[in-house]
Ligand binder design. Sequence first.
Ligand code: SAM
Length: 359
Amino acid sequence: MWNKRKGIEAGDTVILWLTRDAVQPLVVTPGKELNNRFGVYRHSDFIGKLYGSKISSRNGRGFIHVLRPTPELWTLALPHRTQILYVADIAFITAMLGLKPGSIVLEAGTGSGSFSHSLARTIGPHGALHTFEFHESRVNRAREEFQAHGLSDIIDISHRNVCKDGFGLENAADAIFLDLPAPWDAIPHVRTALKKDRAARICCFSPCMEQVLRTVAALNESTFSDVTMYETLLRPSEVQPISLQSVDTVADKLKIGEVQKEARRLRQIEASVGGQKRKLEELDSAADSADSNDGTTIQQQDPKHNGPALSKTTIDTAIVSKAPQEVRGHTSYLTFATLLPVAAVTLWIAEEKASADGL
Ligand code: SAM
């Protein structure tokens, strides 16, 4: 995995955080210069600085932050050769496949290696990721990156068309992830590659429903069970501060409401009986002044509260998050399934047969 040193050295891959939307990787190379709208920086300026440091530009035009790479930051910063998986899907797939340190995982295709980096961290040095890609230059670029990031002991990448030639592995993997245009063509090979002595899992990532339907048919045909499809939807959350009123203020407002209700009731009585005019005027004027002062008048009249009115009406704020009803985005359909262990399947077939024979 990426180095764990506190300080930056020549040759390190760092992540430059320019803005929230501008995050880029950089290999620190003495003698080179970085020139962008946030200023001019010599790579040598980064050497010896702590990861996470804020560095000011040489021409005083701005600053940047220099961060230690993580799989999440790499996903934001990596050079795209293909469409990639982002953290929402990565987290969900990792959890639903039950991946953990020591897991043996197969992935096809590798693409830009976004998911591969997260997988490598999850399974750790005791696990193994065998990743497959049929586009040769993508294989070479990904291999270089895995090597540079210290992941070669965990990830092994092969140049291979998995739909045509399979995975070249038998009874080997705890889980398989397919991000391919035609995953159904690879599913018979997946059956061969998954372990048979335990429940093994598969996930297929597809952007459209027609692909999902063909994948589900292929999974059923290859005796996978528990076939379930999830749609990943993106819903933005708006985070904003709101005012919090004190209990006293709210209680006083309720009292004002009571006064107004009473005034209404008396007005009705006056209309029918008359004679309550004076009381009614008093109540109306109390309600009016309470209305215009946002509760302060009643607070001042309240013998329980002798302090200055402001201390009781002090308004705190809290940060809340609101999700608009409308759903804004869709990333993918994720189809999961389980290949049950041979023993369990054999037992189930025997039981089915026995019940059919009326035993
Ligand atoms: N999940 C990857 C990531 O997060 O970076 C992106 C995968 S990309 C969308 C799909 C990749 O599958 C492409 O690079 C493509 O070349 C590869 N591919 C398509 N069909 C394949 C096959 N039959 N065997 C191996 N790789 C294949």
